[in-house]
Design a binder for this molecule. Structure first.
Ligand code: ADP
Length: 394
């Protein structure tokens, strides 16, 4: 029988969930506003069930109470048949987790040690695992990491030019969005093995944004580093920054570490530059010069990184756009690729506007593609593999 796999993405105030039966999505939705104004939305793909309502304060108090509130809805649509496995998105796997794992007590201890490396995400990811363990005590729990895809990248892209002991204690370029890059690679391997085998740059452009240089499915370099702050500017995160700016904010301006953290994570990027919004759709529709400048900076940094990644790869065969902006913004795709013939890239504007998968012109030496990412499907696949491995006799 096809396994029922629940995929959970637990953030600070939200839990996004997708329930699969085999490869088919049965229902999805999210619980948002945890700890403040909790709300549940759920959409069944097999019945007319739609839920969109506020949760009580008690139901939305924690990840655990919120998952408990979700349970009756799952049971209704599945006639009480249980969930076989829960796959969790975990932002940080540190140095040692290079592949998805079955969660055990020891694994949780190891993952807790990584909380200081990703304080805004890791504790909530782990709270989600604990909540799911309480809600589904008989289900296999798996942890799928955003860092794992990059763990074999070359040392020069793993280190900073800091004293060695810092590297040894884990101050490294981990890179993130790995589940998205892995999904794009697996999609290319299945549909276009010739493209998969080549030199590819994937631009994952969503609220979080990064780029990855990939050779035959292997990560060679990523724009994200020690944390998910580095590299491209994002919805509210600053991207690459001279560390001297942080010293200036701390010393000359006397800001506290928390204030600096809030500034860099929550008030910078497209939001900080435009002073209007973090949302690319709103900026694209705006007439304000600040909105245009924020998009200019976003596009400029992507182009700059594209040149750097092509150099690292020794050339470029394919550029893939993905993420909410990469999949939908014809403007950003067109502007990133403008005057890039020197790199072999020419976009066909009709194909770009039509939302085709291959948007390059027939004359383009390198291929330009727009492919929807699917991190949940990647987590589902990993979780099913671990479920099957578990079922095999030792
Ligand atoms: P997350 O990183 O939170 O998963 P998404 O991948 O959903 O985010 O990307 C969100 C971003 O995608 C927002 O900036 C949003 O404005 C942008 N986006 C979504 N649809 C469009 C569109 N049609 N045109 C331009 N930008 C879009």
């Amino acid at each position: 029988m096809a396994p029922h796999i629940l995929v959970l993405n637990s953030g600070s105030s939200s839990i996004k969930y997708t329930l699969f039966s085999g490869k088919a999505v049965q229902l999805d939705g999210q619980i948002s506003g945890l700890g403040a104004r909790p709300h549940i939305s759920l959409r069944s793909h097999v019945s007319d069930t739609r839920i969109d309502r506020d949760l009580s304060e008690e139901e939305g108090r924690s990840h655990a109470t919120a998952l408990a509130a979700l349970l009756p809805n799952l049971e209704r649509d599945f006639g009480g048949r249980g969930v076989d496995a829960v796959g969790h998105r975990v932002v940080h796997g540190g140095v040692s987790f290079t592949a998805p794992v079955r969660v055990t007590g020891e694994v949780m201890d190891e993952l807790r040690k990584l909380e200081p490396l990703a304080p805004l995400h890791q504790p909530h990811n782990l709270a989600g695992i604990e909540a799911a363990h309480a809600a589904f005590p008989n289900a296999l729990q798996t942890a799928c990491f955003d860092t794992a895809f990059h763990r074999n990248h070359p040392w020069v892209n793993d280190t900073f030019a800091l004293p060695r002991p810092l590297y040894e204690e884990g101050v490294r370029r981990y890179g993130f969005h790995g589940l998205s890059y892995e999904y794009i690679c697996s999609y290319l391997k299945q549909t276009r093995p010739d493209v998969y085998a080549g030199r590819t740059v994937v631009a994952h452009l969503g609220n979080g944004a990064s780029m990855c240089a990939i050779r035959a499915g292997q990560s060679i370099g990523s724009t994200m580093g020690f944390t998910a702050l580095d590299g491209l500017p994002m919805g509210t995160r600053c991207g690459q920054l001279d560390p001297g700016v942080v010293l200036y904010l701390l010393t000359t301006k006397g800001m506290t570490p928390q204030e600096v953290s809030d500034l860099l994570y929550k008030d910078s990027g497209l939001k900080g530059l435009s002073g209007i919004s973090q949302d690319m759709r709103i900026l694209t529709d705006s007439d304000a010069p600040e909105a245009a400048e924020a998009i200019d900076y976003f596009v400029f940094r992507i182009r700059r990184e594209l040149g750097a990644m092509a150099a690292v790869l020794g050339g470029l065969d394919t550029l893939v756009f993905t993420g909410g902006i990469g999949e939908n913004s014809t403007l950003v795709r067109r502007r990133v690729c403008a005057d890039m013939e020197w790199l072999g890239l020419t976009v066909d504007e009709d194909r770009n506007q039509a939302g085709a998968e291959n948007i390059s012109a027939d004359s383009s030496r390198a291929r330009v593609m727009a492919i929807p990412t699917n991190e949940d499907e990647m987590i589902r696949q990993h979780t099913e593999d671990l479920l099957n491995a578990d079922a095999r006799p030792a």
